[in-house]
Design a protein. Structure first.
Lengths: 470, 470
């Protein structure tokens, strides 16, 4: 039935090369929309981004495209049934919202005016996640054009949400409400990365995420640090002491119960991690960091992929302008995020923080803690047939052996797994230097097109090798 | 020679009552000038404030008035020699610059548009320090008018600086350069407070002040807390841990050498403190605080008047906007102030901080510490004859026994003591509820006018009771 491998690979590659310019023009148009879901004043842009994507998916050929509204930002849903009724149903997940970005944060160019320099496309969302959503449109067109099909080899569905960068507050509800239409045999998440330009990898799990803001209130207003200093509890000091108490001297999270249920790494997983060509100097350059530091007893990769964390994302209180101001501030705040791994329940983590934090705060300081909706961790079985298809498709696109990683970041993939009862697979082509959430986010154009090639190969491979039991 | 006490008291009171309205109008005009020395964009206002004061002092009758320029903000100097050559020379010190203030910080009215409500004048600088500088103009006029003099009973000098709220960076240099003209037998500092509306007090010492900003640098830019969290040192966490390490569990400053040289309280001083009608509930209301906390083994008054402190005036790092941003921030900063007591040397404290802080910071985080120029602590002998004059003058103005306090705040008084070799005395009428450095700063109008009365009585009393040995 299928063409010989070599000619299929070259046909896909030729098709994608021919359509590269138009594809990049379209992506740039999408990237110009500042769909920042965390900033309320960008709500119209997030809606505009959804409408833009819906139109682009119709243009691609999806017979059904819908914008799904939520109490927050809208998601985009599309489906394209196969002409083979017994083929697997696959749901592609991604997001069209982006992190906040401002030129003055250190961008070399406007974050919402995409530019290509040295084979890289720079823009907020280039890699996280518009680029990786959009390569599927070129992928499915290449799949059809090079196989002569009029419909994909699998029943293809897309769900591209608009609140991922805000913790997906309405995503689980949306998936629960639309579970029947979203029903799938596997979920392909394209919101992750691979090891490096030279080492294609498939990710087998993501960390979860619980986020909270802790506000500490001291004097009812700022007071003079001369008249009152030394005798009044200072909320900035209290915030600092609370943060300092988050970790013990071995850099383990010191909140009682935090590690309950954590699935420890197996020897096989530690071996797979160790097979990767890890270069600490290179990793540090990607992290822009001048040192590593983390939980004692684990390697750097183990720390970011398979261990839960507590990080301060923001801290603030008192005077932050030029010069000095001799006050005891009235309040202080800390934004914390906890990355979770398989076996941890976000609700239990929330309870553990709520039980722990007030005890860290001295008398005279009031403490308010608010959690955002959490994202669950997830982990894919290494021997799942759909995972093997992803590995083969990626291998054909990259002409290289494909290795295994995990992802330290978080996505609502586990909600899809929970609600739909489908395994979650990760297909991502971003590399660590892409600068997710940072200034000068970019995507490597070569890898973006390899993503489209992988997508083009994947649907036929899945249909050929996997007949899920209904 | 002198009039009977009762008639002198009532003559001064009548004069001041008659001139009250014009005095308050003039003060309001001065308070409208936002002379915020810590904010570079207000530099023209600080200059304008100096010029306004110089004109007002000429109007008062000072034969010599000069604006003294510095590399920063200008000071105002005035002198009015006595017709009694053997009278003491007294230098009044205050400042015409103010703390930053903005309506949105919680002010009920524009901080630079003075309003009178319920016998209180609300404006930034009303108590700290324009009001307390300005009562001397009414005081000296009352002194002359009620004694029939054409020149004050003492050789009177005024030095009103413009950088007190910025740590007086050029004040010592100014005093050293002008030491001959500033030469005095005693310095009267009017930049302090008294116990309460009902309990007039004279202050016998001020704490000193050393301030620094510590900047901690981690990754070269903000990085994704999912991709890198758990393995990269976080500068916000490092800042928090540094602040947490500032104090031990007994709330003592934990920097080695910090307490070196501290003059401990004597039993007599602890008794004088204990004589004051201290009401912890009332003090807490003034502090707007919901609890007390401080160095173990000391009372609240002892903590704020006679013990050195380390306070966080500001802390910041990472994302502080609405919603969340899952980053490891690139940098964080802490603004610290150390209140110092007699016996502590600011330079030794600076060295102690510089020796201690880097050891609190993990590998991979770079630490930069910058100190502002410091203010020395000072302490006045309880039995000094000029101090007895201040106590008598205040007693006549208030018709009440005068008790002794200290001041937790800081001023460059100790520089005057050092350079001029003159004892420093404190004459202040502000009360703790005046809200120095806070929103809704105010001065009690009755007390402001009692300040003018005290000033009116003081010059004659000093000349009568004290003939300093040249």
């Amino acid at each position: 039935m299928s063409q010989p491998v070599d000619s299929a690979v070259s046909a896909v590659r030729t098709y994608i090369e021919q359509h590269r310019a138009a594809f990049l023009d379209d992506l740039a148009e999408w990237l110009r929309i500042p769909s920042v879901s965390a900033q309320p004043d960008h709500a119209p842009d997030v809606r505009g981004s959804a409408e833009w994507l819906a139109a682009a998916l119709e243009e691609t050929g999806f017979p059904t495209v819908e914008v799904w509204h939520t109490p927050g930002a809208p998601a985009v849903y599309a489906e394209w049934p196969s002409d083979d009724p017994g083929a697997p149903t696959v749901l592609v997940y991604g997001h069209h919202d982006v992190q906040p970005a401002a030129r003055e944060d250190g961008w070399d160019s406007d974050p919402f005016e995409p530019v290509v320099r040295d084979g890289r496309l720079y823009a907020r969302g280039a890699a996280d996640d518009k680029g990786q959503v959009f390569f599927h449109t070129l992928g499915v067109r290449a799949h059809l054009a090079t196989t002569g099909r009029t419909a994909p080899a699998v029943h293809l569905k897309l769900l591209i949400e608009g609140e991922e960068e805000s913790g997906s507050p309405h995503f689980r509800e949306l998936v629960e409400q639309r579970a029947e239409r979203l029903g799938a045999d596997a979920v392909i998440v394209s919101d992750t990365g691979m090891w490096s330009e030279d080492t294609p990898t498939v990710c087998t799990g993501m960390r979860g995420l619980a986020e909270c803001e802790i506000r500490l209130y001291g004097p009812d207003q700022d007071v003079h640090s001369g008249s009152f200093g030394g005798a009044v509890p200072n909320p900035a000091t209290a915030a600092a002491r609370l943060v300092a108490a988050l970790h013990d001297d071995r850099a383990r999270v010191a909140i009682p119960g935090f590690y309950d249920g954590v699935v420890e790494l197996t020897d096989r997983e530690r071996e797979l991690f160790a097979e990767l060509p890890f270069d600490e100097g290179q990793w540090l350059r990607a992290a822009k960091s001048h040192g590593t530091r983390g939980e004692a007893g684990y390697s750097t990769l183990e720390r970011v992929w398979a261990r839960p964390t507590a990080e301060v994302n923001g801290i603030g209180g008192g005077y932050q302008g030029p010069g000095s101001k001799t006050i005891i501030p009235s309040s202080a705040m800390v934004k914390l995020s906890f990355r979770l791994v398989a076996g941890q329940d976000p609700e239990q983590v929330r309870k553990a923080v709520l039980a722990w934090a007030p005890g860290q705060v001295p008398e005279g300081i009031r403490c308010e803690i608010s959690f955002s909706p959490a994202t669950r961790p997830c982990l894919t079985p290494l021997d799942h047939p759909a995972l093997r298809s992803v590995v083969r498709a990626m291998g054909r696109a990259f002409d290289k052996p494909v290795r295994f990683t995990r992802e330290g970041g978080s996505g609502p993939a586990a909600d899809l797994q929970d609600v739909l009862g489908a395994p979650v697979l990760f297909l991502g082509i971003s590399v660590p230097s892409d600068g997710w959430h940072a200034p000068n986010e970019k995507v490597e154009l070569d890898l973006l097109l390899k993503g489209a090639e992988t997508s083009a190969h994947l649907w036929g491979d899945l249909a050929e090798h996997w007949r899920p039991v209904p």
